[in-house]
Design a protein around this ligand. Structure first.
Ligand code: CUA
Length: 295
């Protein structure tokens, strides 16, 4: 894509320079300083006409060919029977990330290996969202009841930012995407960690938090693998503590921000579907300790 843009820029600049040059040439040549001599011998030149038509045609056709090549590269037809590597589902206002062949479910942060060209299936649970990570591929609508596909590829390890690109309600602005591209061996390590069941609560505080999680019906919406909680309405929390951000990129993950969120969800992210459970300070401490321990 960058190449195609470069070609267009160079060709456009070249044509612009020619037009400017010819304009100034004509302005100088046909400058009228003495109005009594306002007469020029003009006649058409077939040579100039053929030259300009030929030049313009070659430019237009070559860019058509280059553009078709670029489109083919970006949206390569999906081979028959090819299953998606990753399935991403848009929710108000977070991303569910599934690695179907690995049995791994994550949220909001997409981890991928570098170099490999990944087929991503895009879905929506509620309204129309729009997946867009500019550095890694094209943007694509996520439409309820319809599967759309994009190819994604990162050439360098690192963090890539993206965001939802279709207005989808109150917290559309906080539907950020963080893609973390790993070297192959690091990616495999990440996958192996994600496959593990949730960390067992160790301290008394963490144990208390685990009990609150079950008693206060958090488990009606959130799954924590290895416990009885399997619901998929809100983000999977099995490895919540390992994530860099919370709430679709709104907060850096940490005990403090997690506690703020649990204390008053509507204040932190107005409109979010997380109810306010009116936890006491003691309950907040326990729940934070439990959830942040889920690495
Ligand atoms: Cu989702 Cu905007």
């Amino acid at each position: 894509m960058k190449q195609l843009f470069g070609y267009f820029l160079i060709a456009g600049g070249f044509v612009f320079a020619i037009v400017l040059g010819v304009t100034f040439y004509i302005l100088r040549k046909f400058k009228v300083s003495d109005h009594s001599k306002q007469h020029f011998d003009t006649h058409e030149s077939h040579k100039v006409e053929y030259l300009t038509i030929g030049f313009a045609s070659v430019l237009v056709v070559s860019f058509l060919v280059l553009a078709i090549g670029a489109i083919n590269k970006i949206q390569t037809p999906i081979p028959e029977g090819k299953e998606p590597d990753i399935i991403i589902t848009g929710h108000q206002w977070w991303w569910e990330i599934n690695y179907p062949s690995e049995g791994v479910v994550a949220a909001n942060e997409l981890h991928i290996p570098i170099e490999k060209r990944l087929l991503v299936r895009l879905e929506s649970k509620d309204v129309i969202h729009d997946w867009y990570v500019p550095a890694l591929g094209r943007k694509m609508d996520m439409i309820p009841g319809q599967s759309n596909y994009v190819w994604m590829q990162a050439l360098e390890p690192g963090h890539y930012d993206g965001a939802c690109n279709e207005y989808c309600g109150a917290q559309h602005a906080w539907m950020r995407i963080l893609v973390v591209a790993h070297e192959q061996n690091e990616y495999e390590k990440w996958l192996a960690d994600q496959k593990k069941k949730a960390s067992i609560p160790q301290t008394a505080l963490q144990k208390k938090g685990a009990k609150i999680f079950q008693d206060k019906v958090c488990s009606n919406c959130h799954a924590i693998q290895g416990t009885g909680a399997v619901a998929g309405i809100g983000p999977d929390l099995t490895h919540l503590g390992s994530r860099e951000t919370l709430l679709g990129g709104k907060l850096r993950n940490g005990p403090g921000s997690l506690k703020d969120w649990l204390r008053d969800p509507q204040k932190v992210k107005p409109g979010a579907h997380m109810p306010d459970f009116l936890f006491t300070e003691e309950e907040l401490n326990a729940l934070t300790a439990y959830l942040y321990n889920l690495k």
